[in-house]
Design a protein around this ligand. Structure first.
Ligand SMILES: Nc1ncnc2c1ncn2[C@@H]1O[C@H](COP(=O)(O)OP(=O)(O)O)[C@@H](O)[C@H]1O
Ligand SMILES: [Mg+2]
Length: 225
């Protein structure tokens, strides 16, 4: 049974003459536990479809269903709850808060989770240990390397153990060795049962996924690997 179902997704930005058709009718299904890579040229619509899948960007038309929940029929607050509970998201440029420490950044998704501060600190510390950054918890983002920032972003995405992780070019700004380390972490999470959807430009990274979706001009090119 498919865990994630996208039906005829369309996304237009703007209206009239200046309208951009970023996604032009995409349908696909993803099973629980899959690792799917999304590839395509710059401007093909990868980030747009990932943000729709991340419950952050309503499609112009079409349906998006996760675990039998029709995401864009939810009220805004319910959708925010869904996002917090079900999805970890790694943005293209980390999106770390510069004035918060590494540990505080990792704790952000727990802000309104009903557990004690002490427990939140422990959860953040566990996530940081898991990505190998236990000793950097009290640094500021400006005091760690690019690869470490990426690992902080992963720790933040998994701190509340969501079933699905989405990553937009997680290795885009990293050297080969560091991006290999990041891929190893993602593969380990997938091995533990997490469903992963990753946008990437790297054929090498995409090769680790179970399936590749190729996007050209807002359309799915092929679904076969
Ligand atoms: N917020 C936005 N407003 C207007 N146009 C956008 C916006 N986001 C993306 N686009 C446009 O939509 C198209 C697809 O963009 P995007 O999904 O970011 O592609 P990719 O991630 O594959 O590079 C591009 O033409 C881009 O300029
Ligand atoms: Mg993009």
């Amino acid at each position: 049974m498919s865990y994630i179902v996208a039906k005829d997704l369309v996304k237009h930005y703007g209206r009239g003459e200046s309208a951009v058709e970023a996604v032009r009718g995409m349908s696909f299904q993803i099973s629980a536990g899959e690792f799917v890579a999304i590839m395509g040229e710059s401007g093909a619509g990868k980030s747009t479809v990932l943000s729709i899948m991340g419950a952050m960007n309503a499609p112009t038309s079409g349906e998006y269903i996760v675990d039998d929940i029709n995401i864009y029929e939810l009220k805004r607050e319910q959708r925010a709850d869904f996002r917090r509970e079900f999805l970890g998201f790694i943005f293209q440029s980390f999106h770390l808060m510069p004035y918060l420490t590494v540990a505080e950044n990792v704790m952000l998704p727990l802000a309104i989770v009903k557990v004690s501060r002490k427990e939140k600190v422990a959860m953040a510390q566990d996530a940081l240990a898991w990505v190998g950054l236990a000793d950097k918890a009290n640094r500021l983002p400006s005091q760690i390397s690019g690869g470490e920032k990426e690992r902080v972003a992963i720790a933040r995405a998994i701190v509340n153990e969501p079933p699905v992780l989405m990553a937009d070019e997680p290795t885009g700004n990293l050297d080969t060795k560091t991006s290999g380390d990041v891929m190893d972490l993602l593969l380990k999470l997938n091995g533990d049962g997490m469903t992963i959807v990753m946008v990437t430009h790297s054929h090498k990274c995409a090769g680790h996924a179970g399936r590749i979706l190729h996007i050209t001009d807002g359309r799915l090119q092929e679904v076969l690997n």
